[in-house]
Ligand binder design. Structure first.
Ligand code: GLV
Ligand code: GLV
Length: 332
């Protein structure tokens, strides 16, 4: 079986070595990503594809891959994959859930604290040599401890945020498509709230839902207008969940106090005006980039590929409707 790995410099590695023991593995040797054209050509005879979150795996690509059986996305998010199109063609899709949870929550927490206490702006102030003497009124910042955290999406990462919030004596509200199980609520010390109420009451709003058609622009101008003028928005999920132009407007007019963003609507492009704003922290989609997490993502991606191409159900199958091509799925 032939496997294509579209990206050469995966940190952590072990992935290509493990896959090579069983499969004919081709690794794109260019620096960076394959062009769309090269990718479309390269999938013509492959059985398994290891894809990156910035690569669009859509019907056009799948149609160019007549023997493709599985796409193992090196990410927990799989909004870059047209899952329905894959399912319709009997192609399995896998992701890397669980292993990115703590690293993503750690980073969300870091930028939440960073924006509240103005860490990046203050760092620039010191570096620039503007700091002449200590003054008590310099950069008076927001409180974190004892405030209210609003978590949109109480999945794995949302719950990890709630756990961290407990250490800061925060009240935790959460909104989601449905109410979480009672034991999850209890463990998270989180109160369910309709999104409007969460936006009105929170000092920090942090987003942890997947991107799909129902979460696209979930945070738009009207949602932002409900937030307190002293509140901060944190997005480490996916950019298009927030209307970035509306966010720039809200930040510019002081409708909210600030934002910390790890993800953008059109990466790596930023909405006009975003970089000029003083009240934002901007980082380049690094939620899952801790060393341990990258290692585990590579291992999980390999596990998924090996299972799928051996006719087993991969551990992190996103579309269980697809019957693995060799052995039928056992009915539970
Ligand atoms: C990172 O964004 C991921 O989805 O794993
Ligand atoms: C969302 O991506 C989650 O892991 O809960």
């Amino acid at each position: 079986m032939k496997v294509l790995v579209t990206y050469r410099s995966l940190p952590g590695t072990g992935l290509v070595e493990r896959l090579s023991r069983q499969f004919d593995v081709r690794v794109y040797e260019g620096d960076g990503y394959m062009s769309r054209e090269d990718l479309l050509r390269a999938v013509a005879d492959i059985d398994g594809l290891v894809s990156m979150l910035s690569e669009r795996i859509d019907a056009e690509l799948l149609d160019r891959a007549p023997v493709l059986k599985v796409v193992c996305n090196y990410a927990v998010g799989f909004n870059n994959v047209e899952v329905e199109a894959a399912t319709a063609r009997g192609i399995m899709i896998t992701n890397t859930p669980g292993v990115v949870t703590d690293a993503t929550a750690d980073l969300a927490w870091a930028v939440l604290m960073g924006i509240a206490r103005d860490v990046c702006r203050v760092d620039r102030f010191v570096r620039s040599g503007e700091w002449k003497e200590w003054r008590p009124e310099m950069f008076v910042a927001a409180d974190i401890t004892g405030t209210t955290l609003g978590i949109i999406g109480l999945g794995r990462i949302g719950q990890a945020m709630a756990k961290r919030a407990a250490g800061f004596d925060m009240r935790v509200l959460y909104a989601d498509v449905s109410r979480a199980d009672a034991d999850v609520e209890q463990r998270s010390c989180a109160e369910y709230a309709p999104l409007d109420e969460l936006l009105r009451e929170s000092d920090f709003v942090t987003i942890h839902v997947p991107l799909n058609s129902s979460t696209h622009h979930l945070i738009d101008a009207s949602a932002l207008s409900l937030m307190k003028p002293t509140a901060y928005l944190v997005n480490t999920a996916r950019g298009p969940i927030v209307d970035e132009h509306a966010l720039v407007d809200a930040l510019r007019c002081g409708r909210i106090a600030g934002a910390a963003l790890d993800v953008y609507e059109n990466e790596p492009q930023l909405a006009d005006g975003l970089v000029e704003l003083p009240n934002v922290i901007l980082i380049p989609h690094l939620g899952a980039n801790s060393r341990r997490t990258r290692d585990r993502m590579a291992a999980m991606t390999a596990d998924n590929m090996i299972a799928a191409l051996n006719g087993e159900v991969p551990p992190n199958l996103v579309n269980p409707q697809v019957v693995p091509h060799r052995r039928p799925l056992r009915v539970a």
